[in-house]
Design a protein around this ligand. Structure first.
Ligand code: ATP
Ligand code: MG
Length: 552
């Protein structure tokens, strides 16, 4: 793995540096990030974004954002807007904002060029017939009976396809390459198909739409892209990319370079699959904090810096590999540890009454907001007669080495006094509802005399603290590769979202702004929910625990 401080030389950076040294593209570096606006971006896209925008920034180049909008019906402006917001949130600025549909006229004219050169033809075979004639990995394909139509006939049919004279599926335009090619992508691939669907930008102007492979290389050339970076599954498409640009003699001929896509354990990175989770309501939406989408991670409290650090650490290679979730979580912890002020919160409260203090005791203690960084300042924390502690921090029947509160035992309240549990009050069902404690007034900032008290627990004033809802998130799936399961539903982690609705947080958290981040001492990193948090009714999401609690 790479060192994030020092961008490592991956093989793509090496290619770019060689090209700069040889003057290949006139010292220019131009990249693009080309999402299809058919869903929200996920962490896999972040890898591509960081690579494309990162290369441009590193070598004084530029990077375009280009929407690959050639599949009307599946694409929408809502998705396009969300993609723009996510790219900016990650910290990147595109040079030009482009759409493949910007080039529909040019793509059409270029297709006519191919027809005129005898390099493309209209095929009227059915989709089924085309499939059958394509051959297999071991058998060559069969040439279509329409392959040798005259240029005039092809131009005429193509124009009438464009004019909407035919139904969907009646004809396609195909490149005329080689039906016996060992590479199936070169067996007369489809360039255009008839689609009578309203396009999000061009409306009903077109009845035909260009295919991805044809559109992509031409769009890259139109934008003078120098390095067209894509994932490995396009390696076998590269000969077609080059064929189109060679035949068309476009002004630029970008170089396609493939890298391994990101696969992350315990989640899945595919818009098509993620949309199912949203539609089947397995999650609350694209921005559910358990989703691997950028917007979900943002709502969860993952930071742009941590995601960029992650993309740098995993590096760019040509080998597909699964990345452990722990790698991502380490990046999040490293960033949040530095940046988040500390607070106290009690998730599952038990009331503690300190019986040797007056009922109206209200003492203002001063807490450092960050243990390693004084610039975070200090805050007042109210210590009162009634406080809340977490249910986990008390045990009547403690396991060995338990260093928290037990009947008759002592514990230190973080930043405050040592208390001793004198009495346990239960309800009729035997549930502990209150602990009555005494305190040692001589232990504020001092060790108790004559004895050792090892445990330190967090607490919140029951009278000055604020009620809050806290959502505890965990991995969405129970197995590392959810797509290997028979059904997604069978591998959803049913405990991946636990809502704690009667939490107590210290008063300083009442004014938190949505998206503000904190470390809740001993509990983890938390963010004020960007949708639901209100100052009168705080809602926090757990971003990540303090340590990797998942590794068994
Ligand atoms: P999905 O199946 O999620 O829709 P896609 O590749 O079809 O993925 P696009 O919108 O076409 O999605 O992708 C835009 C860019 O992001 C492409 O260059 C693609 O290679 C890249 N990309 C998508 N998924 C990943 C991934 N998991 N790792 C790295 N890059 C990715
Ligand atoms: Mg795609």
């Amino acid at each position: 793995m790479n060192n994030p401080e020092n961008p490592s030389n991956n093989f793509i950076r090496n290619i770019v540096e060689d090209d700069l040294a040889s003057g290949k593209n006139g010292q220019r570096v131009v990249t693009r990030f080309p999402p299809e606006p058919n869903g929200y971006l996920h962490i896999g896209h972040a890898k591509s974004i960081c690579l494309n925008f990162g290369i441009a920034a590193q070598y004084n180049g530029t990077c375009n954002l280009r929407f690959d909008d050639t599949n009307p019906g599946k694409e929408s402006d809502e998705y396009a807007q969300a993609i723009k917001e996510d790219v900016q949130w990650l910290g990147f600025e595109w040079n030009e904002l482009k759409h493949a549909s910007d080039y529909f006229d040019e793509l059409y004219d270029y297709a006519r060029e191919l027809i005129k050169k005898g390099k493309a033809y209209v095929d009227s075979s059915s989709a089924e017939e085309v499939r059958e004639m394509r051959g297999t990995l071991t058998e060559p394909g069969i040439e279509s009976p329409h392959r040798n139509r005259s240029v005039e006939q092809n131009l005429d049919l193509f124009e009438r396809m464009k004019n909407g004279e035919f139904e969907e599926g009646a004809h396609i335009l195909r490149a005329k390459i080689d039906m016996a090619s060992g590479n199936i992508n070169m067996r007369d691939p489809t360039l255009y198909r008839i689609r009578k669907v309203t396009h999000m930008r061009t409306g009903d102007d077109w009845s035909i739409y260009p295919m991805y492979d044809y559109t992509h290389c031409v769009s890259d050339a139109m934008e003078n892209i120098t390095h067209s970076l894509c994932t490995l599954e396009f390696e076998d498409h590269r000969p077609l990319y080059d064929w189109v640009l060679d035949e068309l003699q476009t002004p630029a001929h970008p170089q396609q370079i493939e890298f391994a896509r990101l696969s992350l354990e315990y989640t899945m990175l595919s818009k098509r699959q993620l949309i199912k989770l949203v539609e089947e309501k397995q999650v609350s939406g694209w921005d559910d904090p358990r989703m691997p989408t950028i917007t979900g991670m943002r709502r969860r409290g993952y930071t742009p810096a941590a995601l960029r650090d992650f993309c740098e650490r995993i590096g760019i290679t040509k080998n597909d590999a699964w990345i452990e979730m722990a790698v991502l979580e380490t990046c999040i912890r490293d960033d949040l540890n530095e940046k988040s002020p500390r607070r106290m919160a009690v998730l599952d409260p038990i009331k503690v009454v300190i019986t040797d203090l007056p009922e109206d005791h209200n003492e203002t203690l001063s807490f450092a907001n960050h243990p390693q960084n004084e610039s975070f300042g200090r805050r007042p924390v109210a210590f009162t007669q009634q406080i809340m502690i977490d249910r986990d921090d008390f045990s009547e029947d403690p396991p060995p080495k338990y260093q928290r509160l037990v009947p008759g035992g002592e514990v230190r309240l973080r930043g405050s006094y040592v208390i001793k549990c004198e009495e346990v009050i239960k309800d009729e069902q035997g549930n502990v509802i209150e602990l009555r404690c005494s305190h040692d007034a001589n232990t504020l900032g001092k060790k108790p005399e004559g004895r050792k008290v090892k445990g330190v627990i967090h607490w919140v004033s029951a009278t000055e603290g604020v009620k809050a809802e806290v959502r505890l998130y965990d991995r969405l799936f129970t197995i590392a590769n959810p797509l290997s399961a028979d059904s997604l539903e069978s591998v959803i982690n049913k405990d991946s979202c636990i809502t704690m609705s009667s939490c107590f947080v210290e008063a300083a958290l009442a004014d938190a702004q949505p998206e503000e981040q904190f470390q809740f001492e001993r509990l983890g990193y938390f963010v004020a929910d960007r949708r639901d948090h209100k100052s009168g009714a705080p809602v926090f999401n757990r971003t990540v625990t303090l340590r990797d609690t998942w590794a068994k």
